[in-house]
Design a protein around this ligand. Structure first.
Ligand code: IPM
Ligand code: MG
Length: 367
């Protein structure tokens, strides 16, 4: 099969981690007899430097003409980078939000799984880590606070900033359907997270999710307030299967979920629309402080490439082979520095970004 992939390496550690994911994909292609065709385009800070804007029409077109997009990360140090002196709509993040919207990528899947090999690295109490967890955060990605009207103006002699949180029924319904569909293929449980004790948008969210649930009698639905969810994630993460939530809550909860897997460098993501097209990126940011040092953890990006094979190309065995190889490197004791810091005990080998990529490549086999 020929796989037509547009790559957006981006800023910071982005180019390093995408290079490792490509290496792994190339090995998969060799082992399973596929052909990879990559086209690299700019987005974020590097696009600002080259073209004055974080997202060009050329990048949108290149994404649209591919079967899938593999992304690294965008953005720089928000207090020192000149990109953050620009007006907000010209900053790197605006590129990412722009492409999500332009491609209608409303469903963001962020699986947080505690590899048994990393239970030592999990910062939770031993009992919680021993039980393990395997959840999928289904984050709404093109609505809510991120895309509502916002402005700052002077009112009665002081500055007032406004951000609006808007959700339409149709936006809630389509993401809820995605959550119930994926729950059916997992442990058949959806926990919908909102702030219905305060927000109108959350009350509508709850109502629509309950309507959708009627079409899925085999899946159980529970509602949880977001503050409680943040607490439950560190108390008893094993209770979660599919976590359905709006854009901003999903942003925050997915960082929390990634940290309890041992490192923020472990969490992949898929951003999907209603077709098989998707944009795949690690859930973490561009980590400008460690960029170019060959110490970043490429695993989240490599696992994002596995999600790409599964969701955009229906290549389940190939995706399994990547996930399997990741499990093996962890089993064999390879750790990038982020994982090394949290791994207690002996028998670990600290490796850089490239060496981690190589170790995973070596373990890709035809299953
Ligand atoms: C993420 C990131 C982005 C977001 C930023 C970079 C705009 O934090 O993908 O989680 O908030 O969605
Ligand atoms: Mg985030």
């Amino acid at each position: 099969m020929k796989l037509n992939i547009t790559c957006i390496p981006g800023d910071g550690i982005g180019p390093e981690i995408v290079a490792q994911a490509k290496k792994v994909l190339d090995k998969v292609a060799e082992v399973y007899g596929h052909e990879m065709e990559y086209k690299d385009v700019l987005m974020g800070g590097c696009s600002i430097d080259a073209y004055g804007v974080p997202l060009t029409q050329e990048t949108i077109d290149a994404a649209k003409s591919a079967d899938a997009v593999l992304m690294g990360s965008i953005g720089g140090n928000t207090s020192t980078s000149p990109w953050y002196k620009l007006e907000p709509s010209k900053r790197p993040e605006a590129g990412l939000l722009g492409i999500r919207k332009a491609l209608n990528l409303f469903a963001n899947l962020r699986p947080a799984y505690l590899y048994p090999q990393l239970s030592e690295a999990c910062p939770l109490k031993e009992e919680a880590a021993a039980k393990g967890f395997d959840m999928l955060i289904m984050r709404e990605l093109t609505g809510g606070l991120y895309f509502g009207e916002r402005f700052t103006k002077e009112v009665d002699g002081e500055m007032v900033a406004t951000d609006t949180l808007v959700y339409k029924e149709s936006e809630i319904r389509r993401i809820a359907i995605k959550a119930f569909e994926v729950a059916r293929k997992r442990r058949k449980s959806v926990i919908s997270v909102d702030k219905a004790n305060v927000l109108d948008s959350s009350r509508l969210w709850r109502k629509v999710v309950e309507e959708v649930a009627k079409d899925y009698p085999d899946v159980t639905l529970e509602h949880m307030l977001v503050d409680n969810c943040a607490m439950q994630l560190v108390r008893e993460p094993s209770q979660f299967d599919v976590v359905l939530t709006e854009n901003m809550f999903g942003d925050i909860l997915s960082d929390e979920a990634s940290m309890i897997t041992g490192s923020i460098g472990m969490l992949p993501s898929a951003s999907l629309n209603d077709t098989s097209f998707g944009l795949y990126e690690p859930s973490h940011g561009s980590a400008p402080d460690i960029a170019g040092k060959d110490i970043a953890n490429p695993i989240a990006t490599i696992l994002s490439a596995a999600m790409m094979l599964r969701y955009s190309f229906n290549l389940d065995k190939e995706a399994d082979s990547i996930e399997n190889a990741v499990r093996k490197v962890l089993e064999d004791g390879f750790r990038t520095v982020d994982l090394m810091q949290t791994s207690k005990g002996e028998g670990f080998t600290q490796v850089g970004c490239k060496a981690m990529g190589d170790a995973i490549v070596e373990r890709i086999v035809n299953l």
